[in-house]
Design a protein around this ligand. Sequence first.
Ligand code: ADP
Ligand code: MG
Length: 498
Amino acid sequence: MVTEAHSRPSSHSAGSGFVGVVYGDVGSTALKFSVIHPVERNEFVQIPHDMCGLVVGRVEEVERHTDLSLDKAQLLGAGEAVDIEEKMSASVAIVGFRDDRDLLQVPRTPFKAGAQVEHADEELIKRVLGLRDDRHHGAYIGLLAGHGIKVYLDINAMVQKHVSVLAKTGGGKSYVTGVMIEELMKHHVTCVVLDPHGEYASLTEKGKVGHGSERFGVDPRGYRDVIQVFSPDIKINPHARPLKFTLSNLDARDILSLTGGGGKLRQHLSALRKTLDFLRQTSRDYSMMDIIRVLEKDEDPQSASLVDDLEYLAEVDIFAREGTRIDELVRKGQTTIIDLKGTPPDIQELIVNRLCTALFELRKVNKIPPMMLVVEEAHNFCPQVGQVASSKVFRTIASEGRKFGLGVLIVTQRAAKVDKNVLSQCNTQIILKVTNPNDLKAISSSVEGLTPGMEDEIQRLPIGVAIVTGAGLQMPMMIEVRPRETRHGGESVKVIED
Ligand SMILES: Nc1ncnc2c1ncn2[C@@H]1O[C@H](COP(=O)(O)OP(=O)(O)O)[C@@H](O)[C@H]1O
Ligand SMILES: [Mg+2]
């Protein structure tokens, strides 16, 4: 048996960072320490190792051990005075250190009992976690939780390898997505936002100076000069420019995909083809009403339900002689918001399908700049179960977009309900509070390097704190999302005012 005399060197006790002393059975990847000065869960600490120097660890849990027994607790409940003796301990998961080649390593031998644990030095945290203040390529998303260190996500990595933002309703998805779009605008990245609830036009408006603006170093501002808003329905969204499609650019199959008419598809297809051929012989432009008129003249009873479907389409008013040109819609370095508020879900799918197909095709031939496509409520546009008009194009963009510099940022409250083929292609994940077990399962199976501890943590995340992986980060990290510069447009509506 080896024994060593230990005492705390007095020179060290002066260090303001001292929090406790390693005790008990000590490992090389995990350890416990007695807490002498306050320390919090998820905080980073540093521990000396005899061969590796200072090593960084993350506090996984802090516990209070007491001698208050059940019997004594009952006495206390009955009003008697009882002495309680208590001690605090903390458990640490070792993150590692940088070796002489600057590689992240974890010690291969245990730490020593009696070793002094300190709050980790900021520079050491940055070095070990690989955090760089890269303002040029980086999107400032917030502060490393528990520390004042700014975290930047690599914008190139995000556009090239796609992003998902996952959380339950009210978890802060739209808020953090707004933060990311602000950063993209600041870096002159071209952006198209599919906005089913009309939450993003407020990116034009300057936000209020709120709590923590100073701590995060955020100055409110608006982005009116780089944003354009389009909408298929400018009656509901009068601030937007009209988004229209050119009917004469659509073939029979496109139009049928717009009607979603399932059963009689084949007959409808040939009837519609014949009609379009006929119309094209006489004019370059025609309206939906022209198509309906020709079909009705035929008096084919089979066409009755097709005519019904087309009448519905004519009503939603998304066609024009001259539709919106994509090069007008997408402008280099600018953000285009497609405000779909008030548009029926089936029509939204069709619009999104037409738009995304055009973006992909034009990006392939470099007719539009490299860009990020932001998709809110992605479970509606690329669902795991069932097929909607836009299902296919999202699979294509997810798997092939990276080759052409067309990135997607998928936002959803139901990770389990988004097409796995799309979700699994997202290399950067921004995860906020999630409690649904199926969604948790979908997340943990698609995220690399998530520790079991972090999986539990996702259920307990406070609003405004995210676990972020990918985007140039070397490991999943907990981040306090920075306040918005602009007004958040997704505020929940109060039924009863304060
Ligand atoms: N990082 C944050 N800082 C401050 N408030 C936030 C933050 N994230 C979310 N919130 C608040 O929480 C509410 C819900 O957020 P939101 O992004 O609209 O949720 P979701 O889109 O996930 O349903 C917002 O109204 C906002 O006020
Ligand atoms: Mg939202």
